[in-house]
Design a protein around this ligand. Structure first.
Ligand code: PNS
Length: 162
């Protein structure tokens, strides 16, 4: 069984993330979306909420599972007995950062292979942080995140508005 892990912060999941998950789910028997528990950074959504929102938007993809992890990604991959890591790339800035991480992960575990999937042009400008910024200042975030999570996002982002 070919298993791949797609890791990230997903605060919140965007349409760009969802596109990568959908495309990956066609290439692998199982895709595990790994949501990083980052104790140093308080997010808009807590981990349980992020997992719940992702589960909602991938409910039509039976071979996609959502799990949270903390610590090193390669340790999570060992626990899941998975050797394939999927990363989405939007631009060369992503590439610079991801290239370094791929090398580090390879150094930590030589069996891990990082596969890069280019973001669809339609989504290549979207990031969770830009969505939060737009939302914070009352901009229109429709089309940037899945429709089914827009209401949850609006409720949370209200707290950030002055
Ligand atoms: O969505 P993000 O925030 O760009 O995702 C980054 C993530 C979670 C993939 C990355 O921060 C990560 O793998 N964190 C776990 C710690 C780790 O294993 N780092 C790799 C060595 S530098």
């Amino acid at each position: 069984m070919k298993i791949a892990i797609y890791p990230g912060s997903f605060d919140p999941i965007t349409n760009g993330h969802l596109d990568i998950i959908r495309r990956s789910s066609k290439l692998f028997d199982k895709v595990i979306v790994g949501v990083l528990v980052n104790v140093d950074k308080k997010g808009l959504f807590n981990i349980e909420e992020r997992v719940e929102l992702i589960e909602r938007v991938v409910s039509d993809l039976p071979n996609v599972q959502i799990k949270s992890f903390h610590g090193l990604l390669i340790d999570f991959m060992r626990e899941e007995e998975c050797k394939i890591l999927i990363k989405g790339l939007r631009n060369v800035t992503d590439f610079d950062y991801e290239y370094q991480m791929a090398q580090m992960n390879k150094k930590l575990d030589n069996d891990v292979e990082t596969l890069f999937m280019m973001a669809d042009g339609e989504y290549s400008y979207i990031s969770s942080s830009s969505v939060k910024q737009v939302g914070k200042f009352n901009g229109n975030i429709r089309g940037l995140i899945p429709d089914s999570i827009v209401d949850d996002f609006e409720v949370k982002i209200k707290d950030l508005r002055g």
